[in-house]
Design a protein around this ligand. Structure first.
Ligand SMILES: *Cc1c(COP(=O)(O)O)cnc(C)c1O
Length: 223
């Protein structure tokens, strides 16, 4: 099936309040343009360099999402244009994003990545750590970032019950944070769900899904 048909199929099954981020990492600009030409505007990449290159080659009304681990020394390259940074897993990263945002006279939207999976390989902070950051004086002084919510990745497993329980945990955490709304913390986005688990994520309250292979086909990391 074509990229256009894949997108159409996904859009027909997700509610209107859910934002679909098309995860285009490793895919050529021609594939992204096919998605763009069928109306897709939110794109996700996991490497800053790759996102910067694609941003340079593509129409300027695209919203770029950084979904990967953020290397602090590369933030400056995406600071002028990035729409949302999903993978913030340390206060230090937030501070660095704030610095680069300020240089660009912008407020950059971020999500805190919470570790909900059992696997050690996944990045993210604990719900407690996130909560401590959000309540700290230091955080309230970061005027050029706005934390819009949280992001999480479930364990890579076929066990649907486990995935459901991990996503439910993140939804509960997100709901708890909502009480702490402030100048630079406006919790609206719950980013969870990928190609294999986005329907479960939506059931659990996700309003932003990050889907790659379901749209663009399997990735080939060897090229
Ligand atoms: C690659 C990636 C996705 C998309 O994965 P698919 O299984 O291809 O949909 C979503 N989120 C993150 C953080 C990713 O790195």
């Amino acid at each position: 099936m074509s990229i256009k048909e894949n997108l159409k199929n996904i859009y027909s099954t997700i509610p209107e309040n859910v934002t679909l981020v098309a995860v285009s990492k490793t895919k050529p600009v021609s594939d992204l343009m096919e998605a763009y030409n069928s109306g897709q505007r939110d794109f996700g990449e996991n490497k800053i360099q790759e996102m910067v290159e694609k941003h340079g080659q593509m129409p300027k009304d695209i919203k770029w999402h950084m979904i990967g681990h953020v290397q602090t020394n590369k933030i400056k390259y995406m600071a002028p244009f990035v729409n949302l940074i999903h993978g913030v897993d340390k206060f230090k990263t937030l501070k660095e994003i704030n610095k680069e945002a300020k240089k660009n006279d912008r407020i950059i939207n971020c999500l805190l990545q919470i570790k909900i999976a059992e696997e050690d390989s996944k990045f993210g902070m604990s719900a407690d750590e996130a909560s401590q950051i959000l309540q700290s004086q230091e955080f309230s002084e970061l005027k050029n970032v706005c934390v819009k919510g949280v992001m999480g990745m479930a364990t890579f497993t076929k066990d649907q019950k486990q995935i459901l329980s991990e996503f439910s945990y993140l939804k509960t955490t997100f709901d708890t944070y909502k009480a702490g709304i402030s100048e630079n913390f406006k919790p609206e986005i719950l980013s969870m769900g990928m190609s294999d688990d986005y329907p479960i994520a939506i059931t659990c309250g996700s309003n932003m899904v990050r889907v790659g292979s379901r749209i663009f086909g399997e990735r080939n990391y060897s090229n």
